[in-house]
Design a protein around this ligand. Structure first.
Ligand SMILES: [Zn+2]
Ligand SMILES: [Zn+2]
Length: 272
């Protein structure tokens, strides 16, 4: 069974959305027999973002300052650990040159160990309007639901472009939006095939995210996508996307069973 997670979150700076500290997550990882742990809090920066939560930034200086502090906390906690610890980030990717330039500046300053590509936000074409679907669906603010649905197709482009960007060790939850019951019908198969093609062309690793089993009773991505990606020899890694110590290694046996059933060949792992 896979004995590591490269996708986990902490309550960094007392404001991020994990429940535990880096030290607590590391201790638990050791306890359950993990040999490695990657802590990847959200890297959520865009100059046009109206920060709706404390993890979102439109001020690059403040973002860099906080990201450096988050990495420092992980590296301090790692000093007394017997297992290999990585300080990474789960990055909200945007396709524009403006965003890419900013992200490259952030990477050159903070020097994290690796980055996971993700797309949680929705946006209009020119990225002047960026929407957090959690705000819309959980609080109905500040956009009506119709606005969200109108901009939804862009989400698939974000995923495809993040794959092509070459920035990322692997790509997170390819079909995230099914937790909001968005992008689930057969009319959304086309963009999913585009994602499969992009992953296949670059042999970009991606994750089987087990937290989907908590949120919508299915892992990310769909089983048919896993089968197709195996057929095309794209490496997969199991992620618990743990937001608490209790979630570390959660549903790993189920994920292993599924991969075995599919006959999955290629697994992603950092060399160390
Ligand atoms: Zn995520
Ligand atoms: Zn995550």
């Amino acid at each position: 069974m896979q004995n590591f997670s490269y996708h986990s979150h902490t309550h960094a700076l007392n404001k991020y959305d994990g429940k535990n500290t880096a030290a607590e997550m590391i201790k638990q990882a050791e306890l359950i027999g993990f040999k490695e742990l990657g802590i990847t809090n959200h890297l959520c920066y865009h100059p046009n973002l109206t920060p709706s939560n404390p993890m979102a930034y439109n001020d690059i200086k403040k973002a860099i300052e906080d990201y450096k502090a988050i990495i420092e906390e992980i590296r301090q906690a790692a000093k007394s650990s017997a297992i290999k610890i990585y300080a990474g980030f789960e990055v909200d990717f945007f396709p524009s040159k403006k965003w890419r330039d900013s992200f490259e500046k952030i990477m050159s300053e903070i020097k994290a160990d690796y980055y996971i590509g993700a797309s949680h936000f929705m946006r209009n074409k020119d990225e002047t309007d960026i929407i957090n679907p959690y705000d819309v669906l959980l609080h109905g603010y500040p956009y009506p639901h119709e606005e969200l649905v109108k901009n939804f197709p862009n989400c698939w482009d974000n995923v495809v472009e993040s794959i092509k960007s070459g920035y990322f060790a692997f790509i997170a939850h390819l079909d995230l939006y099914k937790i909001f019951n968005l992008g689930v019908g057969p009319e959304w198969d086309k963009p999913k095939w585009k994602i499969i093609d992009a992953l296949s062309e670059s042999k970009q690793p991606y994750e089987l995210n087990t937290s989907g089993w908590n949120k919508c009773n299915e892992q990310h991505p769909h089983t048919w996508m896993l089968k197709e990606l195996n057929r095309r020899d794209v490496p997969v890694v199991i992620s618990d996307d743990a937001h608490s110590t209790a979630m570390l290694g959660q549903h790993y046996q189920r994920a292993e069973d599924l991969l075995q059933e599919i006959g999955y060949q290629k697994r992603f792992k950092f060399p160390f």
